[in-house]
Design a binder for this molecule. Structure first.
Ligand SMILES: C[S@@+](CC[C@H](N)C(=O)[O-])C[C@H]1O[C@@H](n2cnc3c(N)ncnc32)[C@H](O)[C@@H]1O
Length: 232
C-alpha cells in the first residue's frame, strides 16, 4: 500500500493502558501478530491486545455462527474471529479501498477467505443491503456513527445475540477520567449518545467494560427471556 488515506487518523492513538492490560494479552499466532505489527507500524487502526483478548474469550463462550463486523481495516479482528470460530461465517464492511484490498489479501493468505464476505463501502449504505440475522456484531467503524447505526444493527441481531462496540470509552475521555481535547468533543458526545441509547433500551442488557479503549457488550434479550427485561 503506497499511501494511507484514513479519515479518522486524529481519533486513533492505539489502545490505552488499563490496570488490567498486563493480564489481558491475546496469544496471537505469528501470522496474525505480523498483521497487527505491520498495521501498527503504518498507523493503520486495528484493535489492540486487550480488545483482541476480550473478543477471543467472548467468542469462545458465545460461539456465534454468523458474525457482522463494521470496520474491517486490514482484517485483523475479522481474522481473529474466523480463527476463533472455525464454523462461523463473517461479513465485514470497510469503506477504505486500500484497507479492503489488503484485508482480502490477508484473508486469502490465511486460507479463511471462503468464510469471510468482505464488503467495500460505507457502512450506513451497506447495512441497508444486508438481510438475515447475526449472532454477533462487532461495531468498530466510525465512532461518531455508532448511534446512527444502532436501529439497523438491532434489527440485524438475533434474539440472544450480542452487539459488541469498541472504543466506547475513547482513551478515558467519555468517563472524564482524561480531559477531552477540544477536537474530540463532538466525537465524545456521539459516543455518549450511543451509550445512552443502548443502555436505556430495554431490549438490551448492556455492560461497559474497561478493556482497552472501552468495550460495550449489549445482548438482545430474547422473547423467551422477556421477563428479564427491566423497564424504565
Ligand atoms: C478501528 S478500525 C477497524 C479495526 C479492525 N476492526 C481491527 O481490529 O482489525 C476502523 C475502520 O473503520 C473504517 N471506517 C470508518 N468509517 C467507515 C464507514 N463509514 N463505513 C465503513 N468503514 C468505515 C475505517 O476506514 C477503519 O479501517
Amino acid at each position: 500500500m503506497k499511501e494511507i488515506n484514513y479519515a479518522h487518523n486524529d481519533t486513533f492513538n492505539g489502545e490505552r493502558i488499563t490496570c488490567t492490560s498486563k493480564y489481558n494479552k491475546p496469544r496471537l499466532r505469528e501470522e496474525l501478530e505480523e498483521i497487527r505489527r505491520s498495521a501498527s507500524r503504518r498507523g493503520i487502526p486495528v484493535s489492540g491486545p486487550e480488545t483482541l483478548n476480550f473478543l477471543r474469550t467472548f467468542l469462545l463462550a458465545a460461539k456465534p455462527a454468523n458474525i457482522l463486523e463494521i470496520g474491517t481495516a486490514v482484517g485483523l479482528s475479522a481474522s481473529l474471529m474466523a480463527e476463533t470460530c472455525p464454523y462461523a461465517h463473517i461479513t465485514t464492511i470497510e469503506k477504505n479501498e486500500a484497507f479492503y484490498a489488503e484485508a482480502l489479501e490477508n484473508f486469502r493468505k490465511l486460507g479463511i477467505d471462503d468464510r469471510i464476505r468482505a464488503v467495500c463501502g460505507d457502512a450506513a449504505e451497506a447495512l441497508g443491503t444486508l438481510s438475515g440475522k447475526y449472532s454477533l456484531i462487532f461495531l468498530d467503524g466510525a465512532k461518531a456513527q455508532y448511534v446512527k447505526y444502532l436501529p439497523a444493527l438491532k434489527a440485524l441481531l438475533d434474539d440472544g445475540g450480542a452487539l459488541v462496540a469498541d472504543d466506547v470509552l475513547l482513551f478515558g475521555y467519555v468517563t472524564g477520567e482524561e480531559p477531552t481535547p477540544p477536537k474530540r468533543r463532538m466525537l465524545v458526545e456521539h459516543i455518549k449518545e450511543y451509550l445512552a441509547a443502548v443502555t436505556s433500551d430495554s431490549d438490551f442488557a448492556t455492560t461497559v467494560l474497561n478493556v482497552g479503549n472501552g468495550v460495550s457488550v449489549s445482548v438482545k434479550i430474547s422473547v423467551a427471556d422477556t421477563e428479564n427485561k427491566i423497564q424504565g
